[in-house]
Design a protein around this ligand. Structure first.
Ligand SMILES: CC(C)(COP(=O)(O)OP(=O)(O)OC[C@H]1O[C@@H](n2cnc3c(N)ncnc32)[C@H](O)[C@@H]1OP(=O)(O)O)[C@@H](O)C(=O)NCCC(=O)NCCS
Length: 148
């Protein structure tokens, strides 16, 4: 398998990113959210393998706080270490530009929670009824942080 490349996300990448977003999330970001994020100057990267986009990540910086808003790998490629590699890149960026990196995650997203814990994020709180849930109702968000 060829090496992965991580590079800045540009507008021309949005259709490919959106296609993965829809496959990977029960409640995907809309095209408008992605376009707004790009316009807002968030740190956005795509991960490519052999010229194909296989994942992407978004970090918003507010003063000395980083917020990991999205990290997604194409579902066809989950469990192969790509998410860990992409997350390491985003942490490295946050470490160079912020004092703390925050994120929210659904407690039911066991794979993501395990990955965040494995790389050193700590649970710092719970936001009650933060997310819409599959089948109706709401789901809490686990708030996690990594201080540098
Ligand atoms: C979360 C996500 C980015 C992880 O990417 P990935 O490429 O599948 O993950 P990796 O293969 O790099 O695995 C990293 C870690 O995840 C955990 N993990 C991987 N597969 C797992 C599984 N089947 N069950 C539980 N934990 C698992 C492990 O801690 C693993 O570490 P290890 O390799 O030392 O065992 C990816 O699953 C994804 O895009 N999910 C959908 C979008 C999403 O939920 N994003 C996060 C929202 S907050």
């Amino acid at each position: 398998m060829s090496e992965c490349l991580i590079r800045p996300l540009v507008a021309a990448d949005l259709p490919a990113v959106l296609a993965i977003e829809i496959r990977a999330h029960a409640f995907p970001w809309t095209p408008g959210i992605l376009e707004d994020a790009l316009r807002s100057g968030y740190y956005m990267v795509v991960m490519e393998q052999g010229g194909t986009i296989i994942g992407y990540g978004v970090v918003q910086v507010i003063l000395d706080e980083g917020h990991l808003l999205n990290i997604t790998i194409d579902p066809a490629l989950h469990g192969k270490g790509m998410g860990r590699e992409l997350l390491a890149h985003l942490i490295d960026y946050a470490q160079n530009t912020t004092a703390t990196l925050f994120l929210e995650v659904r407690p039911s997203n066991k794979r993501a929670v395990a990955l965040y814990q494995a790389v050193g994020f700590n649970e710092i709180g719970l936001r009650r009824n933060y997310y819409p849930a599959v089948g109706g109702g709401r789901e809490d968000a686990l708030l996690m942080a990594m201080a540098f």
